[in-house]
Design a protein around this ligand. Sequence first.
Ligand code: AVJ
Length: 321
Amino acid sequence: MDSLVRFHDQHPQEEAGSLCEELLEGLTATPKCTSPKFFYDRRGSELFDAICEQPEYYPTRTEQAILRAAAADIAEVVGRDATLIELGSGASRKVRLLLEAMHPACYLGVDISRDFLLESTRRLAVDYPWLEVHAACADFTRPMAWPEGLAGERPVAFFPGSSIGNFTPEEAEGFLKGLARLLPAGGGLLVGVDLIKDRAILDAAYNDAAGVTAAFNLNLLQRLRHEFEAEVEPQGFRHRAFYNESASRIEMHLVSLYDQAIRVAGERVEFDAGESLHTESSYKYSIAGFRELAGRAGFEPRAHWTDRDSLFCIHYLERVV
Ligand code: AVJ
């Protein structure tokens, strides 16, 4: 391994067998559903990046603008010499907006995708020579421990992108409780959360005119064909996304265009015409609503930053014991 990045492999790789079981469990449930993690094969990750470039998809752009505008403020609240831990670090792009202002003692990127993680943390280490960079290949949605030997005075978790919206509120609370256990009193959480807003804006963001979100959703079926020996025609389904106001969530579905049976890993799964496979939920929160949820998990709100149209919010919360 190279010496620029200290690599900690926590061996998260799920076995193909257990993934397949999880998939079949959802496909045979009523209503049918799959975890959004099944979107992210290579093509799915590319399509997600393309979604972020669509004019209707405001979250990424807005969060970046908030981080840029509030970097100095955020740095002041969080303080220097923190141990900054990015959960699901991916390309480690957003954290760059904070590093100069915040000047942490150490950065730890946590991601399940090993090669991607190494590549992006390595680039970070090259671009920020003063920063001690660590990478942990781990599934942060499961119980984990921070690796040994991280510099810094206080761990601060960074969880951008409204990734937390993919959990149900109950799951989000459980996830934050688990995170709280990994943080000492005074440790922090900087988390990006999509706000509840006018449904027209939400519906448009998940039904972009160029059809990229539709392609992202339908790519799931291609992935089933390639990786799970599925017999399924993607033309037999259409993309559907809408804001479910009573549940405060965007729902993404793949709707069967006619009565059909597909096969996944040898199992037959029947769809009626119009029946849907629920592929993703993306929960939206008010500022107060998210603070309450985080409060139940052991966090106290310290500050928050939003854009002038109140589309998106970045919260800073501190672990209280
Ligand atoms: C990755 C959960 C932030 O819900 O907005 C974008 C994924 N799905 N368009 C979101 C997504 C469809 C995204 N998150």
